[in-house]
Structures are given as structure tokens and as C-alpha cells.
Design a binder for this molecule. Structure first.
Ligand code: GYE
Length: 324
């Protein structure tokens, strides 16, 4: 798979180089758009589904894709963007692993006259306007939806006090910051809600498992709710709860985000109570935006896909296959 991807990237690079090497002025020019995309890594089903969707949509739109996987490292993403600039791609896109630290490389892209699209996550820079637009979920709203579900659940169970533990996504990433903010702002006025502790689970299954073990060791069966920022961490946490002799979905309310197939299957088994959808299918909007930028057209500053929550309040047997 990896070899195939590397080969594919090499072909696109070769194409890009060759297209700049036409000798005579009357030779047909290669007008194919070349898009350089720096992906964060392969940490979750969401991320893998997102990469697959971007590859498929690039193919469908006839766009040459130079895809680089940064293995969760910001330094690798910066190096990839520099390579895209050196190859003179038409458009650069990237999913920033964290919000800070992009100023210099984005100024280099601007100086080279290459427009940059943010995919999935946002950045925080002193200077504005270093990127053209953001295509990604409204993470704040996802946090709000998670909290609204919890409030309804607590109402329906008639609970007077609930102890919440939070397993957060990668520190300083947009989904971590915004999902937390949306959730906390929404429960803030409700004095039944008590957040015991938030721990960084880095969006990884193994960390979800470790965080849950830590929480259970410290708070035992006083935990009423687990709010986990993605499905991987949730799926890592569940066996720990069972090992402690507790039933996830019954003794502890489980709230997750992403809505990948594996989590939906667990929701159907009753071990997760609510999964807020976050769609990885951003490829179509990305290709359309890249084409517009190449043609010098204006683009929307922010594109948020529509998302819903899947919960134990609904007939979960009817949820269609998720595709990631
Ligand atoms: O929720 C998580 C992933 O940035 C929306 O990153 C994305 C998050 C997603 O690895 O599973």
C-alpha cells in the first residue's frame, strides 16, 4: 500500500517536472492541476477514510495528487509543504496536526504564489490571510451536540449529579480545543454536571485505553460519564471499563465523536450511548476548491459539512453503512 502510494507520488512528481520541460512553444502544455496534500498520519479510521476519500476524489476530478503522510509530526508536514513549493505545485492543502507553528512555511508558500487550503483542522497565526480557506467540520458544534445529548440523558434518568471524565484529542489541535469548548460551554450552567478530569488521549486507541485505566484507578465506580473526543480512544477505553466489572453504556454513559462503522456497531450493541458524526469525506469540496483557485476564482472562506448525532434515543438499526 505504502509502496503503491510512494510510486504514485513519484509519477505525479515526474509528470510535474516533465510538464515544465516542453522544448518547443507549440507543444501542448499539461494543464492538469497538481495538488500537494500533507496528511497528518494514520491514527484513526477517520483519518484513513479521509485519505482514501481525497485519493478517490482526486482521481475522479483528474487532479494530480502528491500525497505525503506526516506520521503525526508537525516537522514532517513543514518539510512536505517545502517540497510542494519546490515542485511548484498549483495548490497546497494540509491538515495541520496542531494550530500553532505554521507562519514561516506559509509565508514561503505565499511568496511562491501558491494558494493554500486548510483541510479538516485550523491554524492560529499572528498574520491573517496566509491560507485561502478551511474545509472541515464545525468541532465546536460537535462538542455542543455531545453535551446536549448528555443533558437529555441525565434528564431522562432523573440523575441529580454526574461525574464526567474527558479523554481529549491531540493537545493544541483544533478538534481537541473546539470539541472541549463546545461541550464545557454547554454544560457550564448545569450544576448536576461535574467534570472530574480531562486527559490527553492524542486520538489514539492505545492512549484511550491508558487514560481509562488511569481514571478507573483514581475514581473507580464514581465515574458516570466518559466523553471521548474520537471513536478510537472510546474503543480503547471500553474493555478497561468491562475489566473493572462495569457495563459501558449502562453503568457509565459513553459519548464518542466521529461515527465510524466500528463505533456505530458498538452503539448498536448498547455499549456506546451517543456518537456525534464527524465526516471525513472532504475530498469533493477540496478538489472543487482547488480547481477554483487554479482558475483564479474566489472561494468560500469556510466550508462545514452537515453533521448529526447517532444516539440510543433513536432506532439505531437503521443507520446506513458509514464507509469509514
Ligand atoms: O476526530 C480523529 C482524527 O481532525 C476530525 O482527527 C479529525 C480528528 C478525528 O484522528 O479521529
Amino acid at each position: 500500500m505504502r509502496t503503491k502510494r510512494v510510486l504514485c507520488v513519484l509519477c505525479v512528481m515526474l509528470l510535474a517536472v516533465l510538464s515544465g520541460c516542453g522544448k518547443g512553444g507549440d507543444e501542448p502544455k499539461d494543464t492538469k492541476l497538481v495538488l500537494g496534500f500533507s496528511q497528518i498520519g494514520s491514527e484513526s479510521a477517520w483519518r484513513i477514510g479521509n485519505t482514501k476519500d481525497i485519493e478517490e476524489q482526486a482521481g475522479a476530478y483528474g487532479i494530480g495528487l502528491m500525497l505525503e503522510n506526516a506520521n503525526q509530526k508537525k516537522e514532517n508536514q513543514i518539510a512536505a509543504i517545502r517540497r510542494f513549493i519546490a515542485y511548484k505545485v498549483d495548490v497546497i492543502a494540509f491538515s495541520p496536526v496542531v494550530e500553532e507553528g505554521w507562519e514561516n512555511v506559509l509565508k514561503e508558500a505565499r511568496d511562491a504564489g501558491i494558494p493554500v487550503i486548510l483541510v479538516d483542522r485550523d491554524i492560529n497565526t499572528e498574520e491573517e490571510g496566509l491560507t485561502t480557506c478551511l474545509i472541515g467540520a464545525d468541532f465546536y458544534k460537535e462538542g455542543v451536540m455531545a453535551a446536549e445529548y448528555l443533558i437529555r440523558k441525565v434528564d431522562s434518568l432523573g440523575l441529580t449529579k454526574v461525574n464526567i471524565v474527558e479523554i481529549t484529542g491531540t493537545q493544541d489541535s483544533t478538534p481537541m480545543r473546539q470539541r472541549q469548548a463546545g461541550f464545557m460551554d454547554t454544560i457550564a450552567g448545569d450544576d448536576r454536571m461535574c467534570v472530574l478530569e480531562s486527559v490527553d488521549g492524542d486520538f489514539l486507541k492505545s492512549r484511550g485505553e491508558e487514560c481509562m485505566r488511569y481514571f478507573l484507578g483514581k475514581y473507580g465506580d464514581t465515574i458516570d460519564v466518559v466523553f471521548s473526543h474520537n471513536d478510537e480512544m472510546t474503543i480503547g477505553a471500553l474493555p478497561e471499563i468491562e475489566k473493572a466489572g462495569l457495563a459501558p453504556g449502562k453503568d457509565i454513559i459513553i459519548i464518542s465523536i466521529d461515527g465510524g462503522q466500528e463505533a456505530i456497531d458498538v452503539l448498536k450493541q448498547g455499549k456506546i450511548n451517543c456518537v456525534v458524526e464527524c465526516t471525513p469525506k472532504l475530498g469533493k469540496a477540496l478538489m472543487e476548491t482547488a480547481l477554483k483557485l487554479k482558475n483564479g476564482e474566489s472561494v468560500e472562506a469556510v466550508i462545514h459539512p452537515e453533521e448529526v448525532a447517532f444516539t440510543d434515543e433513536m432506532d439505531v438499526s437503521t443507520i446506513a453503512p458509514r464507509g469509514y
